[in-house]
Ligand binder design. Structure first.
Ligand code: GTR
Length: 345
């Protein structure tokens, strides 16, 4: 889609979304009993919501979103309908978070990376090399502290409903990079957050934050020398065709998060909130299975495509080099970092 028409559809989305919330949630009078004493109207009315995701159809997060929508529909006997809009149709990730805050889009699946600029607590996930493995990450996400973080978004006018898997992120570049020192001087695209800018600065590169949808063409035209992401994104967004050198350093494990707009949420009955919360949690297992499958498939695909894959045998030089980033943010995230350490078996 052209930029202008994208913007137009995003703007239309704001208007449409706002009217959906109004028609969906009705006014305060809905809570009252009807004259014949039947159920409150809010529990009978059909509710329609939109959910945004910036990945294509069949990407594991979109499959998770659809499972979530399906479960909500089932549990509400068809009364609550969530329509999933993949492919960044409702806007890029940052603008989606803003629309969720405004209540113009009711649900979204976004990365905790850009969420850090809206709700500081989630920034901890962008800190480098804090998890040893997927198991370590998920043990933390499922711990009390992990759940607490998910519930820390209300101040930012949002609710965190569930974490989704997003694996580990690695660097990829136009020119071969064989070790941490060779990243020096490269212009690397990052997710839009200050921690990511600091991370690239520590690696002596030059950070270029930009929306995800612009990365492929920027790699092709040489606006950037490289980027970083998990393997399913590297493949599904075609980055592997433009940046054929991959170094598997796994610098971050930045989970995805399913969020709801607090504006829309506050208008729901307690019973409907419960349905939605349960459905989101129940969709996680399926999303993680799909994630594991796509990680494997992506690995195969990049091998077949002849990508130059560099393994990192010793992470120590990488960890040493980014230590100033951890030091800078320790004061903000000390207790969470301790809890992450404790989740290590
Ligand atoms: C992906 C994530 C997207 C987006 C993207 C990025 O891994 O799933 O939501 O944040 O990274 O790098 O912008």
């Amino acid at each position: 889609m052209k930029k202008s028409s994208k913007r137009l559809s995003a703007m239309l989305g704001v208007v449409l979304g706002a009217s959906l919330v109004l028609s969906a949630c009705g006014g305060a009078g809905d809570k009252e009993k009807t004259s014949d004493g039947s159920k409150p109207a809010s529990e009978e009315k059909t509710l329609s919501f939109r959910m945004a995701d910036n990945h294509p159809d069949n990407y594991p997060t979109v499959l998770g979103d659809k499972k979530f929508a399906e479960l909500v529909n089932e549990k509400s006997n068809g009364r609550i309908k969530i329509s999933v809009f993949p492919n960044g149709q409702l806007g890029d990730e940052k603008s989606i978070i803003e629309q969720v805050q405004l209540g113009a889009v009711e649900f979204a699946r976004v990365s905790t990376g850009p969420m850090a600029e809206f709700s500081k607590s989630l920034g901890v996930f962008s800190l480098p090399y804090i998890f040893d493995s997927s198991e370590h990450e998920w043990d933390f996400l499922n711990s009390d502290k992990g759940k607490e973080l998910l519930q820390s978004l209300e101040g930012a006018k949002m609710l965190g409903l569930a974490y989704y898997d997003s694996g580990a992120r690695h660097f990829y570049t136009n020119e071969p990079v064989n070790n941490v020192d060779e990243l020096k001087g490269h212009k690397i695209r990052v997710q839009q957050s200050q921690i990511n800018i600091d991370l690239i600065a520590a690696l002596e590169g030059s950070a270029t934050p930009m929306p995800y949808g612009e990365v492929f063409s920027s790699l092709q035209t040489g606006v950037i020398d490289g980027a970083e992401n998990n393997l399913p994104s590297y493949v599904s967004a075609n980055h592997y065709q433009a940046a054929k050198n991959l170094i598997l350093d796994g610098h971050q494990r930045v989970p995805e998060v399913v969020i709801a707009s607090k504006t829309a949420w506050d208008k729901l009955s307690d019973a409907d909130k419960k349905i939605i919360q349960e459905a989101a949690q129940e969709s996680v297992e399926y999303q993680r299975e799909e994630w594991a499958k796509m990680e494997k498939e992506s690995e195969e695909k990049i091998k077949e495509a002849g990508v130059n894959i560099v393994e990192v045998k010793d992470l120590k030089p990488w960890q040493d080099k980014v230590k100033p980033v951890i030091d800078k943010y320790r004061a903000d995230y000390g207790d969470v970092l301790d809890a992450i350490d404790q989740a290590r078996k």
